[in-house]
Design a protein around this ligand. Structure first.
Ligand SMILES: *Cc1c(COP(=O)(O)O)cnc(C)c1O
Length: 464
């Protein structure tokens, strides 16, 4: 086959054995898990694509830095090392380490939102949506129209719809918009990138109406790679310069460091300008102390701060990013050859299979994305997840099931973990399921669900 796989820019010096189960065993395991893949034991999974969050293989530089972590309660050396790296790379005055991205959201959202306020995003990630709602606000997703069409290949499908953003501000009143959130890359839309032009335009609108612009920055390095590759103006820029420029178009950022810093645990909350946002910074510190830990460790060990400070730089390397995005492109090319539809062109951290296209006869209320996720497990022991109506849940005001823009099954790729032959297992499994897709007649119904972020815990049963 002439489909090209970008060779790994590393060699492997430690491995973890994984085992393949039989189809009969998997049938029983998924039943015992109430058809919720989050309830499976990880030993029962052959290839784990549930998330790319905190699941990467760290470098030996990161592991060795962990041995010199300073575990002081206050004013630790590792904290100062992270601050120095963070201000250097992002150009923000105030950097708050937190234990993961949602901790940053938990601290920030109540400071910007409340009852009657709106958050407008190119697309809220699930935990971001939850924290907007928990703080009393209401999330509005506002992605460009092409972002909603998996079949249309165009660049920067993760962008905010600028025209609609202006209309929404007009409709709701600028004083009622608590925050504009630019998610880079746009996770829920398939890891689709956001252009620098879009970053700039959104920031100008925020400035004009005096609305805080927050960057949900989990995949800032992958996003910068796409800007360099696909945005003419930046093709000769270095990745660190693109990153610095990107962050100049925000007032604050929240970040899950478990993505592009490639650490197992960590996050950040940052404020660009301490002169205009002194009160906000004080409130962040106070909330961090209450919920996370003292502000110089933010719920993390000193060794975690060390691994982050190394990862910030390491995963902006272009050879690494080309290999990383190359893995997605390899899987996508194999799917193209077999006519499996996915959010295309592929984004940064995974391949998002269009389950609606695979199971056109299964309605959103029966969760086609979840159907495919369960089939992938049954077929080959692959664990993926639904990014669709099952994940999005019910309307907080009416309690009605919301119909998602997409019905995706996400194959999120952990960093530096799986090889080309694992990718072939993924492609072969998807192709086999596509061939028998019409035999799968119905989806799932919910037996039990919690009120928020239900996909993590809900119990399902097949509709007969
Ligand atoms: C992962 C993620 C978060 C939440 O971060 P956690 O570290 O999982 O709490 C928020 N936003 C985006 C875009 C993410 O990908």
């Amino acid at each position: 086959m002439s489909i090209k796989y970008t060779p790994e820019p590393f060699r492997i010096k430690m491995v973890e054995m994984i085992k393949m189960t039989t189809p009969q065993e998997r049938l029983q395991k998924i039943k015992d898990a109430n058809f919720n893949l989050f309830s499976l034991a990880s030993e029962d999974v052959y290839i784990d694509l549930l998330t790319d969050s905190g699941t990467g293989a760290m470098s030996h530089e990161q592991w060795s830095a962990m041995f010199v972590g300073d575990e002081a309660y206050a004013g630790g050396r590792s904290y100062r090392k992270l601050l120095k790296a963070g201000t250097d790379v992002f150009g923000y005055d105030y950097i708050q380490p937190v234990h993961q991205g949602r901790a940053a959201e938990k601290i920030l959202m109540p400071l910007l939102l409340g009852k009657g306020k709106f958050a407008i995003s190119n697309m809220h990630f699930d935990t971001t949506r939850a924290h907007v709602i928990l703080s009393g606000g209401r999330p509005i997703d506002n992605i460009v129209p092409e972002g909603k069409k998996p079949n249309i290949r165009s660049k920067f499908k993760g962008n905010m719809d600028i025209t609609r953003l202006e209309e929404l501000i007009e409709e709701k009143g600028a004083e009622n918009i608590g925050v504009i959130i630019q998610t880079i890359t746009n996770n829920s839309a398939g890891g689709q990138p956001v252009s620098m032009k879009n970053m700039r335009e959104v920031y100008e609108i925020g400035q004009k109406h005096n609305i805080t612009v927050c960057i949900d920055a989990a995949r800032f390095a992958e996003n910068a790679y796409f800007i360099k590759r696909d945005e003419e103006e930046f093709k000769n820029w270095s990745i660190p310069d693109i990153v610095k420029k990107t962050f100049s178009y925000g007032d604050v950022f929240t970040m899950s460091a478990k993505k592009d810093f490639n650490v197992n645990m960590g996050g950040m909350l940052a404020v660009k300008d301490k002169s205009v946002n002194a009160a906000l910074i004080q409130n962040i510190k106070a909330s961090c102390i209450n919920f996370e830990g003292f502000y110089t460790y933010g719920g993390l060990s000193g060794r975690d701060l060390e691994a982050m400070a190394v990862g910030i730089y390491q995963y902006m390397e272009e050879d690494y990013l080309a290999y990383r995005i190359g893995q997605m492109e390899y899987l996508a090319a194999r799917l193209d050859a077999a006519g499996v539809v996915y959010q295309s062109p592929v984004g940064g951290h995974g391949v998002y299979i269009d389950a609606k296209a695979m199971f056109p006869h299964i309605p959103y209320k029966e969760f086609p994305g979840q159907v495919l996720a369960v089939e992938l497990y049954k077929e080959a022991g692959i664990r993926s997840c639904d990014i669709g109506s099952y994940m999005i849940g019910n309307d907080p005001d009416t309690n009605e099931q919301i119909e998602s823009e997409f019905e995706f099954t996400r194959l999120a790729i952990p960093r530096q973990v799986y090889t080309q032959s694992h990718f072939d297992v993924m492609a072969d499994a998807l192709i086999a399921i596509k061939e028998r897709a019409s035999e799968i007649k119905r989806g799932y119904k919910i037996k039990w669900e919690p009120p928020i972020l239900r996909h993590f815990q809900a119990e399902l049963e097949p509709i007969e």
